[in-house]
Every structure is written in C-alpha cells, then in structure tokens.
Ligand binder design. Structure first.
Ligand SMILES: Cc1cc2nc3c(=O)[nH]c(=O)nc-3n(C[C@H](O)[C@H](O)[C@H](O)COP(=O)(O)OP(=O)(O)OC[C@H]3O[C@@H](n4cnc5c(N)ncnc54)[C@H](O)[C@@H]3O)c2cc1C
Length: 450
C-alpha cells in the first residue's frame, strides 16, 4: 500500500505516516485519540505545514486539520470569533472583514492554520501587541487521555497560559475563541537607511503602531517599515495597464524570477552573493515609498521562495548589540549570506513557553533561500548566529530551525518544569510525541503532585 507523504512548505521536511485521519469535529478527534491510545501509537497534528522544521512530522498517526475548517460564530458586538483550529488565518480574516472586524496584528503570511500559529507562538511586529496567541480567550483541547477539556478564564483557567503556546504537545486543539478588533487600514512608510541611524533612532521608531526593519547584509543597508493604524478607507485606485506592467516588472521579473535565478547561479559560486545582494538592494530597496491598505494586505508580504529560517527572540534592550555582533560575525567569518535579516518587536506576555514570556522582545530572523528547491549549506552561519542570540538570553522560535535541545532550553524558561508537569498530566503516555518533541521538550516525566 502506498503511504501518503506530507511535506512542509519549504519541501525540506517530509513524513509518511502509517495512518492519516481527517476529522471534522471535536468528537471525531476524541474517537481518533481514544483509538490511538488503545493501539499504543503516537499521533501528531498537521496544520498547513508552514513550519520550517520537523515540528509537524509523524511516522505514526497524523491528524490532518483540513476538514476542521469551520468558522462557528462571529459576534460583532463583543468582537469575538469562535473557529475550528484548522481554519487558516486568511480564511478567518476574509470572514472577519465581512463583519467589519480584523486580527489586531499579523505576521508576514496568513496561510497558517490558527491551531498551528498558536502552537508555535507565531508573532507579528509592534510593541503594543503580543504574539498571536495573546488574543485567545477559550480553547477546546482533546488531551492524551481522550478527555475534552474547555479552557478559558472561567474554566480550567490555570491552563490558559499553558495551552496558548502548546508546541503540538499537550493535545489536539479543536476550537478557539479569539478577541479580535474593529477592521483598520495601515498607512505604511518604507525607506532605506543606515544601520547606525536606525539603531540610534530606535526608541523613537518603536513608538509607531507597528515597526520592523530588514538589515541587508553585504550591501550594509537597512530597509525600514513603519505603520500607522487608520480607520478603514476607500478601496485602492485600480492600476492602469502601464502601472500594472511596471509593478509586474519590478516585483515579479526583477524581484522574484531574476533574483531566484541569480541565487541559483550563486549555489555554484557563493562569491557572487555579495554582488547579488548589492544589486537587489539597488533595484528593490533604494527609493522610499508610502502606501495605504487594509491591515492584512499591509502586514503580509511576499516571502519569495522556499527557505531555511532561524529566528530567536531576545530581551529588547539587547537589540543593537545583537545586530552589530551579527554584522561583525558575517564580516569576520566571510560568510556569504542571503538577505534580509528581519528585525521585529513584540510585547512581553505571561504565556509559559512563549519566547516573549516576561519581557518585551526583539526577534531577529536569518534566512537562507533554497533557489528552485536547492538546499544551500548554512550550518556555520546559523550556528554562529545562534551563539550570539543564546549569549544574549535568546529563545528560539519554536517553528523554525534551531539547535538547542530540551536540556539547554530548560534554562531559558522559568515555567519549564510547570509546563512539563501539565504536559505529563494531559499526556502521560507521550501520545503526541515525535522526533521534534523528543529533542526539544524531552520525554514527559512523572512528577509527584502535592
Ligand atoms: C513563508 C513563511 C512566513 C512565516 N512568517 C511568520 C511570521 O511572520 N511570524 C511567525 O511567528 N512565524 C512565521 N512563520 C512560521 C509559521 O507561522 C509557523 O510555522 C506556524 O506554526 C505554521 O502554522 P501551520 O498551520 O502551518 O502549522 P504546522 O507547521 O502544520 O504545525 C505547527 C505545529 O502545530 C501543531 N498543530 C497544528 N495544528 C494543531 C492543532 N489543531 N492541535 C494541536 N497541535 C496542532 C503541529 O503538530 C505542529 O507541532 C512563517 C512561515 C513561513 C513558511
């Protein structure tokens, strides 16, 4: 019998589970979990496979959340929505817009499922806004004992800040209630800058509603992005033919196809990368621009082609030190690295395994593209980047590619042991494990409960 193959977005990770399940309801999931307990197997959930790591992979049972895709209730008065966990952020945003509502903050794409985004502490940017999980009010979870658990401020409230970042290892999230907001536009200003200027003005820049910047290695420039929230406005003017051609030429022909082709050539001669970066910055990041549009279209952007990504969160006060050290590391080691290095800012929270737990944070993400799917070696670069981030009290993004295992990660999280106790309570037989969770969280251990 041919087994079905599941591949993540970048194509770098794949698995062939022994059984695949397509449940559409909480009750169906409970039945699948109960059968899995009897069969003494392992089970993992696959959201939309956008994590650039093996986090969603399973060679045993896999629950695919494609049919768990219903929006159950939108309440315009309380600005809340109840949805199944397999609904994508994009689908939810489109439906919220029909009711004049929106997510308060978003990351770079909207293709993730809500369940997947919550699992890994997916984040956007803006110091007044926490990771996406901070807007969750209620979660329904099927535990490793086959129980259906409702978790909210009124019920099992002690678990809310545990399951708001669950890393796929506490159970199957089936439904969520989210506190959303009135829809809004973003007026975005983007401009080229030097790294020194950007870091000097950082406290002032962070007053903006949403702020991020991209450091562009080898060109040694920065592209700044700053957004102001505005009431929803008129829809954008339609572009005429010439304008459409101009934007196709710039965004697609130069910004995508030519860039990918040049990066592919550079896989045979990495010495070309510095020149390619400088050319790209000249083409794409040399002229200031301003735009206005609905929040989703402005938060999201085209992340181009398949890529390996590593991203860590550090306490915000270490931002300048981290970036200067990364720049110095690239120069001293003569690494030929792809652009950009993305820098974002997120409000601290109380979620036990959130990388922003207890501190306002700066996320710095490094990237290595896979032109036409070709894997490019980035081990040395990512390892040296991790050393810098770890020495600055950094915590890795759970979804992305990172080195440290449970023994090292434990030291970064004050609630690590508390999380492990809850994990053991909800999943004593380690039903929801895979190679990622064995490595990153370790095996759940029996704790003595007082
Ligand atoms: C192009 C690109 C851009 C990105 N941009 C950002 C960004 O701006 N900010 C950011 O923080 N991240 C970003 N990410 C990372 C992305 O948000 C996370 O990887 C997210 O977890 C992907 O969601 P998914 O639905 O694909 O989940 P998957 O990758 O399929 O799964 C992730 C984890 O969630 C678990 N899971 C999924 N659904 C459930 C459920 N219902 N119950 C229990 N466990 C579940 C899985 O088992 C797995 O452990 C980006 C990724 C890509 C590829």
């Amino acid at each position: 019998m041919n087994k079905k193959c599941f591949i993540n977005w970048s194509g770098q990770y794949q698995c062939q589970p022994t059984s695949v399940h397509y449940p559409a309801s909480t009750e169906e999931i409970r039945d699948i979990v109960c059968q899995a307990i009897q069969r003494k197997t392992k089970i993992r959930v696959f959201g939309s496979g956008h994590s650039p790591s093996d986090i969603a992979m399973s060679d045993r049972d896999l629950i695919c959340s494609d049919r768990l895709n219903q929006i159950l209730k939108i309440d315009s008065d309380s600005q809340t929505v109840v949805a199944q966990a397999g609904v994508t952020i994009k689908k939810l945003s489109q439906n919220l817009a029909k009711h004049g509502l929106a997510w308060p903050n978003l990351g770079s794409i909207s293709d993730q499922t809500i369940g997947g985004a919550i699992a890994t502490a997916t984040h956007g940017t803006g110091l007044n806004y926490g990771i996406l999980s901070t807007i969750i009010q209620e979660i329904t979870l099927v535990t490793g004992l086959g129980e259906i658990l409702k978790i909210s401020l009124n019920e099992n409230s002690e678990l809310l800040n545990v399951v708001r970042c669950h890393i796929g290892s506490l159970g199957v999230v089936t439904e969520l209630k989210l506190q959303v907001t009135q829809e809004f536009d973003l007026e975005v200003r983007e401009k080229p800058e030097t790294l020194e200027n950007v870091l000097e003005k950082l406290p002032e820049s962070l007053q903006a509603d949403h702020y991020r910047f991209w450091y562009l290695p080898h060109a040694d420039r920065v592209w700044e992005w700053s957004a102001t929230r505005k009431p929803p406005g008129e829809t954008a003017l339609r572009q005429n033919f010439c304008q459409r051609f101009q934007s196709w030429y710039q965004e697609k022909l130069i910004g995508y196809y030519t860039f990918e082709f040049l990066l592919y050539l550079a896989t045979y001669n990495p010495g070309l990368i510095a020149s390619i970066n400088r050319w790209y910055v000249q083409q794409m990041f040399s002229k200031s621009k301003q735009s206005r549009g609905n929040s989703v279209s402005q938060f999201n952007f085209n992340c181009l082609f398949k890529q390996q990504v590593n991203e860590w969160a550090i306490p915000i006060e270490h931002t300048s030190e981290a970036i200067f050290k990364i720049r110095q590391m690239i120069q001293e080691k003569n690494y030929q690295v792809h652009l950009p290095i993305e820098v974002r800012f997120v409000k601290g929270d109380d979620i036990w395994l959130s990388p922003c737990q207890g501190r306002d944070s700066c996320y710095i993400g490094v990237i290595t593209y896979m032109p036409y799917g070709k894997l490019v070696d980035c081990q040395g670069y990512f390892k040296d980047y991790e050393k810098i981030m770890a020495n600055l009290d950094g915590r890795p993004h759970w979804a992305k590619r990172f080195g440290p295992d449970a023994e090292k990660l434990e030291k970064s999280y004050p609630y690590w042991n508390d999380f492990q106790k809850v994990r053991y309570r909800l999943d004593p037989d380690n039903l929801f494990s895979n190679s990622y969770s064995d490595r990153v969280l370790g095996k759940p251990q029996k704790f003595v409960f007082s």
